[in-house]
Design a protein around this ligand. Structure first.
Ligand code: 7RM
Length: 632
């Protein structure tokens, strides 16, 4: 492993990774447990897109997350589970105990006939069995596909069908604050249209009643109780064998199943975790508040911290229950030293009673992190002052589902930060900014589209089942480079500030949602003829969703609104519900029939002073109507 300890080392390694990438990555990878060494560090490029890292190597990622720590620190706490209800008991797992649980679950999956390469889907609460189940898959070479528990049965079914998952693992129901989510019921509904699933395994969690379908549904506890062996030899995996699929939204079409492979993802997860967060003491405690249903929970709950052998908190609940002090109380309760959350949570809590944060001690904190969306200055200052007591570096970490790990970030305590800046790429990450003409912008003090010019170990290797789409979405805008979809500013000193998406992807409370997905959902309503969805700035969510719709008949306000919101909840999930809906008689279109989103965006932003060139519009008269902004 390479651990960067100061700014000089950062410069040194940045240069080494650029000029001698093989030497650099070999050194990073040297500390892992390999069953067989690699024959080449990296092959392939962004032209042929047959990218391979550590090819020829054999390994198992769970051997690196668990077994290797058993020799040195078997009794160190791996997971401190903080349940939804603060009065319920905390559960802890040492590395040894977690190893045992993962092995038992792995043996259970084997007994259910899960084989290397099979896809196992998870639709679960943030409970230890989710993490255990995911690692159990990796133990036996099954590919996990975690679907966030806030998705609807329709969205779950779509994702299961896309990757033809064989087994579905869920729990009876889960609580998020006071709200009960009937996960098993939602699974039952999804499975009406998902024939690939032959087995459902249910972890009993809330105790709420569920229907069991015979020969299909089994209780997790009954199956694992029958397992006698608490050891399971790790399946020996090839470096490029698939590790997981994770769905994410794009600017067009259905969500994409990004496929991550074993060795490169593993190496980058630990490398980025250790260098960004800089956990130094054995008593340091990490807490990432993300859900394992998103990439942040994959790389910085399930894999990164365990690979690094640290202690972490896993949290089932929500930031505002029993009150908006839950994060701060939990930090004190478990003496969290490294806290990683999203700007949307910071903004929401900033809007609550300040005494909830003031009354907590928070003196255990050493490092704060931010992820998922651009952080605004007010939130950054509030986080720094009220949570960090101006004593904790803030690492604003930019990355994506596609990148597998953190790409641009300060290194905690090493990089001098500028508020709201992600600062500089990690050594091994090569960035450029492109202008509208597709030319590289070399100078500083500019904005441009953010691209990555060379492969890094944890880049997603393909979109599952659609390699052409992968090429098209990421590598066709700028030939030979990976286009992130984000815009960024590079200041006079070469430091980066991420501006946000430049495509039709919205970021709503840190949830990545395609405008096309919400449009497709709205169009399912029988009254909707056509719709257009754009994001607009929202105080707490970062972005809100503004939907313009054309209706078939006369539209009745409240009733229609409720129905439309229900439709989106059913098609995607409640988190994708539009904040504003405006019924219009037409949408501004070009002569070639394209919706002029620029105009809709400006109207939704309430910034109509300059609508730009509207001369190519087929129906310019519609602009005036749209500008009325009379939402339902
Ligand atoms: C990790 C994650 C990716 C999109 C990405 C950006 C936005 C993420 C930051 C950020 C500004 C950040 N993966 N994004 N981190 N924008 N500053 N530190 O969120 O696939 O779900 O989303 O999120 O637009 O393209 S993701």
């Amino acid at each position: 492993m390479i651990r960067i300890n100061n700014q000089d080392e950062y410069q040194h390694y940045y240069t080494q990774a650029l000029n001698e990438p093989n030497e650099f990555w070999s050194e990073v990878a040297s500390s892992f447990t390999w069953r067989k060494p690699w024959t080449s560090v990296s092959t392939g490029d962004f032209e042929n897109l047959d990218i391979k890292w550590f090819n020829g190597a054999e390994l198992n990622i769970t051997e690196n997350c668990l077994d290797r720590h058993l020799k040195t620190q078997p009794h160190k706490t791996a997971i401190i589970f903080e349940p939804n209800n603060p009065d319920s008991a905390t559960r802890t797992f040492t590395y040894k105990e977690l190893h045992t649980e993962v092995c038992r679950a792995a043996n259970m999956l084997k007994q259910q006939n899960v084989k290397k390469g099979d896809v196992v889907c998870f639709y679960m609460s943030m409970i230890p069995e989710l993490l255990i189940g995911v690692l159990a898959c990796a133990r036996i070479g099954a590919v996990h596909s975690v679907v966030f528990g806030g998705f609807s049965s329709k969205a779950l079914s779509d994702r299961i069908n896309d990757c033809k998952a064989k087994v579905l693992i869920t729990n009876d129901s889960g609580f998020r604050g006071t709200k009960e989510v009937l996960l098993k019921n939602i699974c039952d509904k999804a499975l009406e249209t998902s024939p690939s699933i032959s087995t459902v395994i249910i972890k009993k969690h809330s105790g709420s009643p569920v229907n069991l379908k015979s020969n299909r549904d089994f209780w997790w506890d009954e199956l694992t109780n029958k397992i006698t062996s608490s050891d399971c030899l790790p399946e020996v995996m090839q470096a490029e064998d698939p590790l997981f699929i994770l769905y994410t939204s794009g600017s067009t079409g259905k969500p994409k199943g990004l496929l991550h492979t074993t060795a490169g993802y593993m190496v980058f997860a630990q490398y980025s975790f250790e260098n960004v967060f800089q956990m130094k003491s054995d008593n340091d405690i990490f807490w990432c508040t993300a859900d394992i249903g998103w990439i942040t929970g994959h790389s910085y709950i399930t894999y990164g911290p365990l690979l690094a052998g640290v202690t972490q908190v896993m949290f089932e609940g929500v930031p505002n229950w029993p009150d908006a002090g839950r994060f701060w109380q939990t930090i004190d309760k478990h003496k969290v030293t490294h806290f990683y959350t999203a700007p949307t949570a910071i903004r929401a809590l900033e809007a609550c009673d300040i005494n909830l944060v003031k009354k907590q001690n928070l003196s255990s904190l050493k490092v704060l992190g931010s992820v998922g969306e651009p952080i605004n200055v007010e939130a950054w200052d509030w986080y720094n002052k009220n949570v960090g007591h101006k004593n904790c570096p803030i690492v604003d970490t930019w990355w994506q589902t596609e990148t597998g790990g953190i790409m641009i970030s300060p290194l905690a305590g090493i990089t001098n930060t500028i508020p709201c800046f992600a600062m500089s790429p990690l050594p091994g990450v090569q960035l450029k900014l492109m202008d509208a003409q597709g030319q590289v912008v070399e100078e500083n003090g500019v904005e441009g589209n953010l691209v990555i010019t060379a492969p890094w170990p944890s880049i997603a290797r393909t979109i599952y089942g659609d390699h052409n789409r992968y090429k098209d979405v990421y590598f066709s805008d700028y030939k030979g480079t990976y286009f992130t979809g984000d815009g960024a500013k590079r200041d006079d000193n070469g430091f980066y500030r991420i501006i946000g998406r430049v495509d039709d992807v919205m970021n709503v409370s840190g949830h990545r949602i395609g405008t096309a997905e919400v449009e497709d959902a709205l169009n399912q309503h029988p009254q909707v003829v056509e719709s257009a969805v754009v994001g607009y700035p929202h105080n707490i969510k970062g972005q809100g969703i503004y939907a313009y719709i054309i209706c078939l008949n006369k539209c009745e306000g409240e009733a229609l609104k409720t129905e439309l919101l229900d439709t989106v909840t059913q098609q995607i999930g409640a988190f994708a519900k539009p904040d504003k809906i405006q019924v219009v008689s037409g949408l501004p279109k070009t002569r070639s029939g394209k919706i002029m989103r620029r105009i809709l965006r400006k109207v939704a932003n309430n910034d109509t002073s300059d609508l730009g060139d509207t001369s190519t519009l087929l129906n310019p008269e519609i602009v005036e109507e749209v500008m009325k902004r009379n939402t339902l």
